[in-house]
Ligand binder design. Structure first.
Ligand code: SF4
Length: 410
């Protein structure tokens, strides 16, 4: 089979893996340059990666996967040299800044991992490739091979696949959470050990300097958003993951007991990413966020606004007295602005005008906070008038229109 034909098959099969932050769903690949996925780097910079599988042959039979052994899609297999040559070709032409390489399981997890490592080794040692490499940790691959993979890769990822262990047993009988988390633990240990020895002994080769990520399927089973967030929070805590990627399940023409048959709303993924951000950086806990009766996040409101509307007694937050944690619970106030407010109030009372100058989303935040003017007994400053003018209609708009279900005055 020609490399071009392999590329068409293996780039298409790779699009189901979201753990390189691919924006692939929204972007049709160019027919001239198949396999290029636009992604966001850790600093938010847009980068392009060659996103392919080593092979979509697989000895496993995960019910939710088009590449499973019991399915019959067109199959292909790259050699490590073909991957290295293809990557260099795209890289030299300026199409990509790096490679994302995943794979089905060919012969055995260790054999597959060895082939992927060989592609990365060829790139680094023989072709002097200085771009980014993200390698998938094949489930069940030995710790020694994972340690070797991290010497060539910038990032490794072991996919947890499904949030509940019992669902994985049912739909992907060859995989277990325990084995996948063992891979995560190996990677985490190596990252820590390498960091420590570099501090202690000076420069030495890095190990997966961009850390590790994982991917979780959303909507493939009856697992709730609460299940998903609880699992994500546990993985972040145990293995210091850089990101958990939440990928909407794509139904396939194959039914399995316990597996969904419809695609979850795209908004559900978006809400999970918002909640993920809140428990990682805003001191929320997953339990506080997915509180609908059925364990889901609200689709109508973002999770922070939904929490605020359920906890009216927590507001208004006084920007001149509140703790950082309380400021972070104000809808429309982000991390940077919470810290700027804390700095500013060392020098003077923070006013509405200050918030506007900080580009706080006043429209969103105003119903939930009070600034210096609110305590102005005369209440006749320009800022006080502005606050008074804005506050009432915004409160009504937010609480009456968006929260018809809730009763009582704010
Ligand atoms: S191991 Fe990976 S490629 Fe193979 S069937 Fe499972 S999800 Fe698909």
């Amino acid at each position: 089979m020609e490399v071009r034909e392999k590329l068409a098959i293996l780039a298409d099969a790779a699009k189901y893996d979201a753990s390189c932050a691919s924006a692939g769903r929204d972007q049709a690949p160019s027919p001239d340059t198949p396999g290029i996925a636009k992604t966001r780097g850790s600093e938010g910079r847009a980068v392009s990666l060659l996103k392919i599988l080593l092979t979509n042959y697989c000895i496993y039979d995960c019910a939710y996967c088009v590449s499973r052994v019991s399915n019959d899609p067109p199959r292909a297999l790259f050699t490590p040299l073909e991957i290295a040559d293809l990557t260099m070709d795209y890289f030299r032409r300026g199409y990509i800044q790096g490679l994302f390489l995943s794979s089905g399981v060919l012969q055995s997890p260790d054999y597959t991992m060895e082939q992927m490592i060989e592609a990365a080794r060829l790139l680094r040692e023989e072709k002097q490739f200085g771009g980014y490499i993200h390698l998938k940790a094949v489930p069940g691959a030995s710790p020694e091979l994972l340690s070797l993979a991290g010497r060539y890769a910038d990032r490794l990822s072991a996919n947890i696949e499904l949030p509940r262990a019992e669902d994985l047993v049912q739909l992907a009988p060859a995989k277990t959470h325990q084995a996948i988390e063992d891979s995560m633990a190996t990677i985490h240990r190596q990252v820590l050990e390498t960091r420590a020895s570099r501090r202690r002994d000076g420069p030495r080769p890095a190990f997966a300097p961009s850390g590790q990520t994982t991917q979780m399927l959303v909507g493939a089973t009856a697992a709730t958003d609460r299940d998903i967030l609880a699992k994500a929070a546990a993985l972040y805590g145990l293995y210091d993951l850089r990101r958990v990627y939440y990928t909407g399940f794509s139904p396939i023409d194959h039914a399995a007991p316990g597996m969904a048959t419809v695609r979850p709303p795209v908004l559900r993924e978006h809400r999970l990413y918002q909640a993920d951000w809140l428990f990682r950086f805003y001191d929320f806990t997953p339990d506080e966020l997915a509180t609908e009766d059925d364990g889901s996040l609200s689709l109508e409101q973002d999770p922070k606004l939904a929490w605020a509307l359920r906890h009216r007694d927590f507001y208004p937050v006084d920007v001149n007295a509140a703790s950082r944690e309380a400021l972070l619970r104000v809808p429309g106030l982000g991390l940077k602005n919470a810290d700027r407010i804390l700095r500013l109030r060392r020098f003077h009372k923070v006013t509405m005008e200050d918030l506007r100058r900080l580009r706080v989303s006043v429209r969103k935040a105003l119903p939930f906070l009070i600034a210096a003017e609110e305590w102005d007994p005369a209440g006749d400053s320009e800022s006080a008038k502005l606050a008074a003018r804005l506050r009432r209609p915004l409160q009504l708009e937010l609480f009456d229109a968006a929260q018809a279900a809730l009763t009582g005055e704010f």
